[in-house]
Ligand binder design. Structure first.
Ligand code: GLN
Length: 189
């Protein structure tokens, strides 16, 4: 089972380390063609507009085909890419999650913060690192909320697509990546 980490830009290396710690074989995906080699994909945080530029139209299309077929986990900018509708300002999304997502939703004053939230991953609170984070809005009926910070959904799943507005790869807690790998082992179910 090979897990790809989209390595165009952003904090892909922290995901690589975490996935390797958990025993996965990781491929850093620097070219869209490499998607053919992997069984699942992590789209890291970074700057979603930059991802769109670097992917180009053909890369975007290839990624969209991948997301329809195989398990994908997006964090922060990755979650933005996966959404159906992107606001503040609007930009194209892959349409893999039936949600709207508002970019930079916490405003400038609270650019970054570390908070604790609740999750379905176990009774212990989940540490959540937010960096110029977006917010999920208008969740569709098939979207399951796996974690909240306050009232806000921050980790969601729809079928074989998992997305977080925070950065689990920057906390010591491995539960979110473990959950994703479990999803991959179950063929996205
Ligand atoms: N603010 C970034 C964006 O809009 C996301 C930030 C992140 O990935 N940490 O794409």
């Amino acid at each position: 089972m090979k897990i790809g980490v989209l390595a165009l830009q952003g904090d892909f290396d922290a995901h690589r380390r975490r996935l390797q710690e958990l025993g996965s074989e990781v491929v850093l995906v620097k070219k869209p063609e490499q998607l053919d080699e992997v069984d699942a994909l992590v789209i890291p945080g970074g700057e979603s507009t930059t991802f769109l530029k670097l992917l180009g139209e053909a890369g975007f299309q290839k990624l969209q085909d991948f997301v329809r077929a195989k398990p994908v986990f997006g964090t922060c900018a990755g979650a933005i890419l996966l959404a159906h509708r992107v606001n503040n300002p609007p930009q194209p999304g892959l349409g893999a999650l039936d949600v709207s997502i508002k970019r930079n939703a916490y405003g400038r004053q609270v650019d970054s913060s570390i908070r604790l939230g609740t999750s379905k991953l176990g009774p212990e609170p989940l540490e959540m690192v937010f960096i110029r984070a977006p917010k999920f809005e208008n969740l569709g009926p098939n979207v399951e909320v796996l974690a909240r910070e306050g009232n806000d959904p921050v980790l969601i799943r729809q079928g074989s697509v998992l997305a977080a507005t925070f950065h689990p790869e920057l906390s010591d807690d491995k539960r979110v990546h473990q959950y994703f790998l479990e999803m991959v082992r179950n063929g996205g179910r």
